[in-house]
Ligand binder design. Sequence first.
Ligand code: BDR
Ligand code: CA
Length: 328
Amino acid sequence: MNSPPYKVIFDTDPGVDDAMALYFALAHPAIEVIGVTTTFGNVTVEQAVSNALYLTAIAGVSVPVTQGIAAPLTLPAPVPPAHIHGADGLGNLVERVPIQATLDPRSSAQFIVDTARAQPGEITLVAVGPLGNLALALAIEPRLPQLLREVILMGGTVLEPGNVSAVAEANIANDPHAAAKVFAANWKLTMVGLDVTHRVILPLALFKKIADKQQHLATTTLHQAVSFYADFYSSLYPHVARIHGCFGHDVLAFLYLVQPELFALAHGRISVLTEGTLQGQTVLSNSYLADAELADRRSQCVSQVCMQVDADACLQVFEETLLGRWLG
Ligand code: BDR
Ligand code: CA
């Protein structure tokens, strides 16, 4: 691959699909992960830090990891969904090998601001958890939308039903006030939500194949974690159970980064409902605007939303990437 790597800050609440996404990013030759910023969500922020340090260390990667926001901006802290990701966020791993890794002392928000200021226009922020770190970073540095190259987030839904209520997706529902601030900022933003993540089902057998062919603690750990996660999704969705699989959610944000042609987009302003029974719903307005009307879309906070995806191609890219040469 000749194209220069995308420099990425990965904002995450690992989380099994977060772990999938992290390993896809580390394995992909066009992506350079320059920092992992953690948040509460699938687990407490302390556990998210521990998981981020562990996953990077066992993959032999040294990258700054920061501790981020511990609770939503306004709502009470949610109970982590141990039935989906395990009490440890990684499917209740039986054991963890000792690692040596240190935490970057900055907050996640400060790390995002410092890095964006130091490398203006170069950094893509891929956010796959609740959006509090990004909202705090915006408060510290209102010029962040001009300093970042792009924001790609996994969260929200337009037409697909929600996964924590009839209308809301988990990352947005966990901190709708933060999400509202993020969608109201004028950056280039792409939302990768349930409209596409519910179309891509990864079989557990794929993770076994990767662990068998690419024998390494990182791939066996991922396989173990996904085994728990696939049991959850297979218990909930008969069509997922048929292949004993799971949704890849967060990894779709990286698949969009490297292969946007696999996705069909809608454009419009996204607003978030912060109160009442529709709390956490993402509403897309002005969708399908004519191109001419989009000329000034950043100043009008017009976002892109992934509405359709080539699922087979995504699975192929995921497999090829994880089977590539990325582990020592
Ligand atoms: C999102 O919520 C979390 O549980 C997953 O890691 C993903 O980011 C899916 O709704
Ligand atoms: Ca996540």
